[in-house]
Design a binder for this molecule. Structure first.
Ligand SMILES: Cc1cc2nc3c(=O)[nH]c(=O)nc-3n(C[C@H](O)[C@H](O)[C@H](O)COP(=O)(O)OP(=O)(O)OC[C@H]3O[C@@H](n4cnc5c(N)ncnc54)[C@H](O)[C@@H]3O)c2cc1C
Length: 378
């Protein structure tokens, strides 16, 4: 077992908080990963799988359990059963942005708008990562996972992963009941073979972010370069020299509210209608069928509202910090809570609670954190 000397999680997480766990294992191959996780489950210890640490908010108390770092890598390209697509099976520890760079270099479309998202490929399905209108649910075929319930390795199609807005069956805050405790070993995508040439950019959100007119044609490489530039300007690409990137990206999720609640918010608050749930199939037992099928209940689509707007319009500007605190809102992005250096998890949590309180008293809704909380509560 590749056990290593435990190091503080503050050195392995982008919010830079957390003490050293009791035990730490670095898994460099899938076999090591499976063996380490099975061994930890058998011991009954608490466990935490760690990728790039970019979506974790870890408390100040040392984690009393085993941290397994996923450090596998590798991309396998095979033909896809879908004509015009290539299939990529990627090891869980592979760097996400390295995968995007590979896909763009190979002329494969579908993940280029997600350039610059930190972390590993194995963690990407956990919150169905996304940016500028692209999310991995659009290209994900299946994941190979090790399931705690059975102890077995199995392949699970994307449709069974409960992928939604920044969520999936894998996303849980430490300590709460997990929908499906499992470790992702590899992730398989189908990406469209479009080559290096220029093509129309799909998605109005992406076109707007890149300043492109409808119908404008650019290459995948152009999209990647410009997405990276936009993200850098917002502190959304990790950079040791820029404390605005000592964050977990967006700390709060855009709030999903009912259409009627959304109408109570100021009209200037950006809102995006969500796709309504498809009506469930109504099954009428033959014995109860009287020749009449009730019309489907009308489903009013929920609305996603901008958490950044709510924060800024509750009176908290970019760069805001509480007195004497080493936690602050990013100076470039109102949604990113940042650690300005040696700040504790408690200082960050205090700021998060303060923001939640301000937004709740101003607009009547509680913003929910996006990162996974380990050993800390808001
Ligand atoms: C500057 C910055 C910008 C960001 N921008 C975006 C963005 O644009 N869009 C977006 O969606 N996210 C964004 N994020 C959040 C983050 O990068 C993603 O959620 C990323 O997928 C996390 O990957 P990770 O390897 O760092 O996961 P970690 O932080 O290590 O882990 C996150 C969760 O996934 C679990 N996990 C990790 N690996 C596995 C595995 N193999 N199997 C099962 N569970 C696992 C962990 O236990 C934990 O619960 C940003 C973060 C930062 C710091």
């Amino acid at each position: 077992m590749p056990e290593v000397t435990p190091v503080p999680l503050s050195t392995l997480t982008t919010l830079r908080t957390g003490g050293a766990p009791t035990r730490m294992i670095d898994a460099l191959t899938t076999e090591e990963l499976v063996a380490a996780v099975r061994d930890t489950w058998a011991s009954g210890d608490d466990w935490l799988v760690l990728g790039g640490g970019s979506n974790l908010f870890v408390g100040d108390q040392p984690f009393d359990g085993t941290v397994v770092r996923v450090r596998t890598s590798g991309i396998e390209r095979t033909p896809s059963p879908r004509s015009g697509f290539a299939r990529l099976r990627v090891q869980a520890g592979h760097d996400w942005d390295a995968l995007v760079a590979f896909a763009v270099a190979e002329g494969l479309a579908g993940i280029e708008a997600m350039s610059g998202i930190p972390g590993t490929v194995g963690a990407a399905p956990v919150q169905n990562v996304g940016a500028y209108g692209q999310e991995i649910a659009q290209t994900l075929v299946e994941v190979e996972l090790l399931d705690e319930a059975t102890g077995d390795v199995s392949t699970v199609p994307a449709a069974e992963l409960g992928l939604g807005f920044r969520t999936s069956v894998f996303k849980h805050h430490y300590g709460s009941v997990a929908a499906r405790p499992a470790v992702i070993l590899s992730v398989t995508f189908d990406l469209e073979e479009v080559g290096a040439g220029e093509r129309e950019v799909v998605g109005s959100q992406l076109r707007r972010a890149l300043g492109l007119a409808d119908g404008a044609a650019v290459s995948l490489a152009w999209v990647r370069d410009h997405v990276l530039a936009v993200r850098r300007s917002k502190g959304m690409v990790l950079d040791d020299a820029d404390p605005d990137t000592y964050s977990a990206g967006s700390f709060f999720q855009n709030a999903v509210v009912s259409a009627s609640f959304a109408r109570t918010l100021p009209a200037e608050c950006p809102q995006w209608p969500m796709t309504p749930d498809i009506d469930p199939v109504t099954i009428i037992p033959l014995s109860a069928y009287d020749g009449v099928v009730a019309p489907p209940a009308s489903v009013a689509a929920d609305v996603k509202v901008s958490a950044a707007w709510l924060i800024e319009n509750s009176g908290l500007r970019k760069g805001f910090k509480l007195p004497r605190s080493r936690a602050a809102l990013s100076t470039k992005h109102a949604l990113a809570l940042t650690n300005r250096g040696q700040g504790t998890a408690e200082e960050l949590a205090e700021l998060a609670r303060f923001i939640q309180g301000r937004v709740q008293s101003e607009f009547g809704l509680v913003l929910q954190p996006e990162p996974v909380l380990v050993g800390i509560e808001l």
